[in-house]
Design a binder for this molecule. Structure first.
Ligand SMILES: NC(=O)c1ccc[n+]([C@@H]2O[C@H](COP(=O)([O-])OP(=O)(O)OC[C@H]3O[C@@H](n4cnc5c(N)ncnc54)[C@H](O)[C@@H]3O)[C@@H](O)[C@H]2O)c1
Length: 420
């Protein structure tokens, strides 16, 4: 087909926008489609709203022919279309409504010869059982004959300066060999290494395995942290020791819980699918249970430290350091630190936060006061708490200045503050 665009990307968020930038850099003419007109206007004006993408990156893409728009018609003028729309949980259940809506928008303009790739994280079977019929019914075309269809999981790690879209191996799988070949050809232009898998279900599952692996291992060390303390064992020293084994062990560290758009959400997609088979994915559900309780455990530790100092949590001045879900980024989605703040506020504490990456935190309609970063930001408080380790934080200095200090990341020097 003779296309106006080499690639269209549906959904210009944390996943879609880096894809646009990398594809444009690879010389592809890209159309970016989003239902959010404000995002489209921002990109058209050369302004990025995704942390890892600079305005200069957007300008470079625009100069290479990138066009952002809200018009689905142009989707039919691209050789390939990648769908990167949100797949959240709603009431603890997968919500594929954005994928379905995107499929509807695309189906009405789908042309013979186009390649369609789903990148949104989802449970195995989505590409073939949900996306394919929507595209075929809506367009009157067949994926066996007229167009090609594949799945490719996004493995982006926000804030990671070593591993990006280009140098992280890219998994792809089509519904048949023709589709796999088309997807391999597309991604070979954007990524250094493309790894074909045997089927779309395997590619969908591979992503869920990666994130479930992290989720379960984080839960393991979180649970260990709780009872190691009761046993009088220093979990951080235990992990330091175990991590010296050159084989068969990968170190994970305890913390206030899991956050971000992937780790807390993706295992829910898998356990939902397993429940449909009539049984539970017990390991995942247990891990969710343990990780979800960590913010409450952190609050219990804060309450205990205040109690030791003869203070009640009600009315105590608490300064938390870091509210983003991980260090070096400003994303607070599902951040366990926000749950900690919420619980402390509910107990009547006077909470402020320090986070150079996060401008605003709103809980139950109230803005949580923020303080600029300074090592002595908690000097006048009753307690300082490290929740997210940002590279700017001098934790030993923060702990030394605060009257009491809880470090949930295990980095403070011994003797200055308490570790989780
Ligand atoms: N954020 C990450 O680090 C990450 C990493 C790997 C995988 N993922 C997965 O990638 C997918 C996208 O996540 P994200 O973080 O980019 O989400 P996001 O919310 O940042 O962006 C999604 C974009 O899709 C747009 N959108 C919603 N419905 C649409 C529709 N019908 N048509 C066109 N655009 C539509 C939204 O306006 C938004 O701009 C999800 O499945 C997520 O699980 C995310």
């Amino acid at each position: 087909m003779n296309s106006k665009f080499d690639l269209a990307v549906m959904g210009l968020g944390y996943v879609g926008l880096p894809l646009v930038v990398e594809a444009a850099r690879a010389g592809l003419r890209v159309y970016g489609f989003d239902v959010d007109g404000a995002k489209v206007a921002s990109l058209t004006a050369g302004v990025s709203y995704v942390e890892d993408i600079s305005d200069a990156d957007v300008a470079e893409a625009l100069a290479a022919g990138f066009v952002a728009g809200t018009d689905p018609e142009s989707l039919g003028q691209a050789a390939a279309v990648i769908i990167a729309v949100p797949t959240p949980l709603r009431d603890h259940l997968p919500d594929l409504s954005a994928v379905r809506a995107a499929a509807g928008e695309l189906a009405s303009v789908l042309e013979p010869g186009q390649l369609v790739v789903l990148e949104s994280t989802t449970y195995p079977g989505t590409t073939e059982e949900e996306l394919r019929p929507l595209l075929e019914t809506g367009s009157g075309l067949s994926a066996d004959i007229d167009f090609t269809l594949a799945y490719s999981p996004e493995r982006i790690d926000p804030g990671n300066e070593t591993w990006g879209l280009r140098n992280t191996p890219k998994l792809v799988a089509g519904i048949d060999d023709r589709s796999t070949d088309a997807a391999v050809e597309l991604y070979s232009m954007i990524c250094d290494e493309v790894v074909p898998l045997s089927g779309t279900r395997e590619a969908e599952m591979a992503k869920l395995l990666e994130n479930t692996y992290r989720h379960v291992n984080i839960a393991l060390v979180n649970e260990l942290a709780i009872f190691c303390r009761d046993l009088g064992v220093d979990i951080w020293d235990v992990i330091r020791g175990a991590a010296t084994k050159p084989f068969g062990f990968q170190a994970f560290t305890p913390g206030p819980g899991v956050g971000g758009h992937c780790i807390p959400i993706d295992p829910g997609y898998l356990s939902y699918k397993v429940r449909q088979l009539g049984y539970q994915f017990r390991l995942v559900e247990l891990a969710q249970d343990i990780n979800n309780r960590m913010p409450a455990y952190v609050v219990e530790r804060i309450t205990g430290l205040l109690n030791d100092a003869g203070r009640s949590v009600r009315g105590a001045r608490v300064v938390v350091f870091g509210v983003a879900y991980k260090g070096g980024v400003g994303d607070t989605r599902e951040s366990p630190a926000v749950f900690v703040v919420e619980r402390l506020l509910a107990l009547g504490a006077d909470v402020s936060y320090v986070d150079p990456y996060v401008d605003k935190v709103e809980i139950a309609g109230e803005i949580v006061p923020s303080l600029p970063y300074s090592p002595d930001a908690a000097a006048d408080a009753d307690i300082g708490v490290l929740l997210t380790l940002h590279p700017e934080f001098d934790v030993d200095a923060i702990a030394a200045a605060a009257p009491h200090f809880l470090d949930t990341r295990g980095v403070v020097a011994p003797g200055i503050g308490e570790r989780l």
